[in-house]
Design a protein around this ligand. Structure first.
Ligand code: HEC
Length: 143
């Protein structure tokens, strides 16, 4: 085998390996290799810690009585960050090495988005944002 053939061969094996791995760990259909996302050890825990921080900040912002324009912006920022965290955990068509997360992250992502849209609306509403901790229980009971 010359070098070029070797490279083609190695990349074919890698493609099959990634496809098989994704196929084994999740019920989602594997359409493209690029839909697979590997979550490193610690990455989930780190993201969870950040989600918990955002929930705490939301509680503080919402618990302080009337929500002014500045608090409203900070609430929107918090929700956006939470959406980004959900994306980094494979929300959407991505399949990860955590089948359990794959099964629940889209619902969570959708809940955060609805909450943000409610806050961005005129006039804004904070009902869903205030209940967002309830969406964490889609995956686990909070300690
Ligand atoms: C899609 C599923 C899912 C959702 C939604 C989810 N979690 Fe988690 N959470 C997990 C998994 C899985 C672990 C275990 C991570 C580990 O130990 O590697 C975890 C662990 C945690 C931990 C412990 C982290 C540590 O340091 O051990 C906290 C705190 C946490 N989640 C908070 C939250 C909060 C707050 C929310 C909602 C804003 C939330 N989670 C939503 C799946 C989820």
């Amino acid at each position: 085998m010359d070098l070029k053939q070797t490279i083609v061969c190695v990349s074919a094996v890698a493609t099959i390996a990634v496809g098989a791995l994704a196929g084994c760990t999740s019920g989602k259909p594997v359409t493209y290799q690029s839909d697979f996302k590997y979550l490193w050890p610690g990455e989930v825990r780190n993201s969870m810690g950040r989600l918990a921080d955002h929930i705490r900040r939301l509680d503080t912002l919402l618990g302080a009585g009337a929500v002014g324009p500045e608090q409203r912006e900070r609430i929107i920022d918090n929700l956006r960050s939470m959406e980004n965290i959900a994306d980094s955990l494979g929300a959407g068509p991505e399949v990860t090495n955590h089948a359990f997360i794959d099964d629940h992250i889209d619902d969570f992502r959708a809940d955060v988005r609805l909450a943000r849209e409610e806050v961005e609306r005129e006039p804004p509403a904070y009902y869903l944002a205030g209940r967002l901790a309830g969406s964490c229980t889609g995956c686990h009971v909070l300690r």
